[in-house]
Write a protein of this length. Sequence first.
Length: 192
Amino acid sequence: MTAKEAGRLVIISGPAGAGKSTIVRRLLHQCRMPLQLSVSATTRPRRPQEADGIDYHFLSHEEFAQRRAAGEFLECKEVFGRGDWYGTLKTEVESGFAEGKWVILEIDVDGAASVLETHPEAITIFLHTGSLAELEKRLRGRGTETEAAIQRRLEVARHELERKDMYRHEVVNQTLDQAVHDICQILVQSAQ
């Protein structure tokens, strides 16, 4: 595939703890497709190890609201009930397409539903751990979340799993290597 060929939109969703971020990072380095990750925008505070424009586009609540009102987001939502917004800027996708890239959106199921309204041709992949019990084990294994946060994430996961049928592809992350391989194969087959 050359850079002159048209870009594609790839949506990867799944519950927190399913391994999305790790798998996407590995896909970017290991899959032979011309992949680019869309950097999301957020109003949440930047953490010390994060860089603006690389991890997220960190926007003030005012700037986010202005850009939302101007229709600059492909999708956006206030998440986790904490007052912080997350979204995909249209310019992130358009610039990738202009370079012939396959732009990956790592977004939740509500965001995916919104994007599919305007991009029904998107390649959609739902990634999960195979069961809620395995997901809970992984969330607890992180050791980074309170019990309340774990319960909230499990409730969100139940909601997301109920909507997995809106995705064309489903991948169970039993091992990282296999999940990366499976998703890369889906992308390679989608190019044919």
